[in-house]
Design a protein around this ligand. Structure first.
Ligand code: FCB
Length: 478
């Protein structure tokens, strides 16, 4: 029996609910390419990637997987792989190049064609408004630390909902605002690469506000059957030991990673302990009267991205000041948390160095269901990078990815069986793509991309996942 099957606690196949949504996910900057086509202007990621030393190997998203030209082939592939849903993001600088003013028709047309093709193949489109490609001009005007960026985002959300809302029924506002705020403005390992803890906290608030205003805009421009959500990389934070000091480290990181978003978005308030922990940096006076009401919008589900757990302790000279896994920096993404150390969780790792731990996903889903019992959950990202290659016969065998997916799907099923309302699962990612600061060096796809030619080769995991999606049955072993 594989370890994944053992964790599942049974050697019997596992049956998912009939209505369970099976999908794959991507993001605009990571796959589209065509960086200067049809009126698109640079986003913060174009600028960041073109800055020497920021991205491994000097890689950029200029061409990426060339999805902007190969979208029809990619949708055909999704249909062949039996996907019921596809989560993708809209590139703000393709739709509204300077982040202001009227939309560019060609940008909207690209997404309209994509969505029509998906619907034609019976694949449900799930659109994310923001997966990190802020128009550079808005960063030049101050970026997410400024309130005006949230106001611009609401205008862009209205444009997108107006143009696509008749076809796209499921929307998420932001992808992982933690990364935008704390990696973008705190540790600087993501665009725009700033390293100012106060700017990071301001960014977190204005991303929260942008979310609330965007939900209002989507609801105002679409029919009542439209579903709205946000995707958070909710961290599953574990203590290194049973000590009180380690429990306090968990509390502090949970506030900075999770409750800074779930507090205002789902409960209409910032956690008291977060405000106290960060009081030496800011008095949070950028939170204005009425903001919390606007951020606290009813949501149809919460999007959850999970890859690996986070292990923390009090700082005792061991561990590191961060474990975000997205890149190395001398600056921490955790404001006012110098007293916390991060530790590598035990177990096998992926090519990202991330520990493989499906129990983290189970525990996380159970916790979310207990904290927010009325809120359905959808896994909007889960997956793994491995050092895949095409063998001489042109095949890509990726048994480690299949084992990873098996273990995590078993964990999802176990959470459902124990009472969690999990409605779907989106694998990250459909295609190998531009993995941010790691460039093209990390392959997360279930479809291999041969970068010089752009040729797509479904890996063994793509066929395996297609069968699970087609039958709704997870085999007993990977
Ligand atoms: C998540 C991002 C996604 C991808 C995966 C590996 O944090 O949302 O774009 O990079 O990590």
């Amino acid at each position: 029996m594989s370890s994944a099957a053992r964790q599942n606690g049974s050697a019997r196949p596992t049956v998912f609910p009939d209505s369970f949504l099976w999908g794959s996910a991507t993001a605009s900057y990571q796959i589209e390419g065509a960086a200067t086509e049809d009126g698109r202007t640079p986003s913060i990621w174009d600028t960041y990637a073109r800055t020497p030393g920021r991205v491994r190997n000097g890689d950029t998203g200029d061409i990426a997987t060339d999805h902007y030209h190969r979208w029809r082939e990619d949708v055909a592939l999704m249909a062949e792989l039996g996907l019921g849903a596809y989560r993708f993001s809209l590139a703000w600088p393709r739709i509204q190049p300077t982040g202001r003013g009227p939309a560019v028709q060609k940008g909207l047309d690209f997404y309209r064609r994509l969505v029509d093709e998906l619907l034609d193949k019976g694949i449900k489109p799930v659109a994310t408004l923001y997966h990190w490609d802020l128009p550079q001009e808005l960063e030049d005007a101050g970026g997410w630390p400024e309130r005006a960026t949230a106001e611009r985002f609401a205008e862009y959300a209205a444009i997108a909902a107006d143009a696509l809302g008749d076809r796209v029924k499921t929307w998420t506002t932001l992808n992982e605002p933690w990364c935008s705020a704390f990696l973008g403005y705190g540790s600087g390992v993501h665009a725009p690469g700033r390293t100012d803890p106060v700017a990071a906290l301001r960014a977190a608030h204005h991303l929260n506000l942008a979310h609330g205003m965007a939900v209002e805009a989507i609801r105002a421009h679409t029919r009542p059957d439209t579903q709205c959500s946000v995707t958070l990389n909710v961290h599953h934070v574990r203590p290194l030991t049973g000590s009180d000091a380690d429990a306090d480290a968990v509390r502090r990181i949970d506030a900075l990673a999770n409750r800074v978003f779930t507090g205002p978005m789902l409960q209409g308030t910032y956690p008291e302990d977060l405000l106290k922990d960060t009081a030496s940096l800011t008095d949070w006076s950028f939170v204005r009267d009425g903001d919390l009401e606007r951020i606290h919008q009813p949501l149809d589900f919460l999007g959850v991205n999970y890859y690996t757990p986070t292990v923390v302790s009090e700082a005792d000279g061991s561990g590191t000041h961060s474990s975000d896994g997205h890149g190395k920096s001398d600056h921490t993404p955790w404001p006012a948390a110098d007293q916390v150390a991060f530790h590598q969780p035990p177990g096998d790792t992926t090519a990202m160095g991330w520990a493989v731990d499906p129990t983290g996903l189970y525990d996380l889903l159970r916790r979310l269901s207990s904290d927010f019992p009325q809120l359905p959950l959808i896994i909007t990202e889960n997956g793994a990078a491995f050092d895949d290659y095409a063998d001489p016969s042109g095949r890509v065998n990726d048994p480690d990815r299949i084992a990873y997916l098996h273990g995590h799907l078993a964990a999802v099923h176990r959470a459902i069986a124990d009472g969690s309302d999990v409605r779907g699962y989106f694998l990250w990612s459909l295609l190998d793509n531009f993995e941010w600061a790691h460039g093209y060096g990390k392959r997360f796809g279930t479809v291999y991309v041969d970068y010089p030619t752009g040729t797509r080769i479904p890996k063994a995991s793509a066929r395996w996942y297609a069968e699970v999606a087609r039958t709704g049955i997870l085999p007993a072993t990977a």
